[in-house]
Write a protein that binds this ligand. Structure first.
Ligand code: FE
Length: 175
């Protein structure tokens, strides 16, 4: 239904309490972090930085950083993915379009792709919301492994413990 009533007090904040079972918001002041330790290594020249690791709905929002020669291995998505490119440029071996800084990408369920960065790009950073799993496969679809929000959380814990931030550094991103 469209809004038909005029708001007589547009600058007065909402006066009622939020639902008592609602979760806390996440506010990350420096989403592209100053502290290099916040980047979790994923593969050679590939890192991710968690922003929201949503255990209750099975998705995660992260920044992906790929530097020269880095490849995000071939994987299938059974669920949709949303991406917003913050820096650099990349493409999938399976598509002829190029994602560039400022661009948005929707990846429909059923996509299988391999992310690469062109030789003339030093670094790309993209925000991805990934739902469900990433299902890693060989060129003919043979399964090689998977990632889900829980494997991402485990990777964060292990890395943050190792670099001295402590494994519970990841807790601020969990919902
Ligand atoms: Fe993907």
């Amino acid at each position: 239904m469209p809004v038909t009533e005029k708001d007589e007090n547009p600058r007065i904040p909402y006066q009622l309490p939020f639902p008592k079972d609602a979760q806390a918001e996440i506010v990350v002041p420096s989403a592209i972090p100053e502290d290099e330790r916040v980047w979790v290594p994923q593969a050679d020249n590939v890192w991710f930085r968690p922003l929201c690791l949503n255990r209750s709905q099975g998705y995660w929002v992260n920044l992906l950083r790929v530097r020269k020669a880095g490849v995000l291995s071939r994987h299938r998505h059974p669920n949709p993915v949303h991406g917003f490119v913050l820096k650099g440029r990349w493409h999938y071996l399976e598509h002829d379009w190029v994602a560039e800084a400022g661009g948005y990408v929707y990846e429909p369920p059923g996509e299988t792709h391999t992310l690469v960065v062109p030789d003339d790009v030093e670094e790309m950073i993209t925000l991805f919301q990934v739902n469900g799993i990433m299902y890693y496969v060989d060129p003919y679809g043979k399964p090689l492994g998977y990632e889900d929000v829980f494997t991402k959380i485990d990777m964060c814990r292990e890395h943050y413990e190792k670099v001295g931030l402590g494994e519970d550094y990841v807790d601020q991103f969990l919902r």
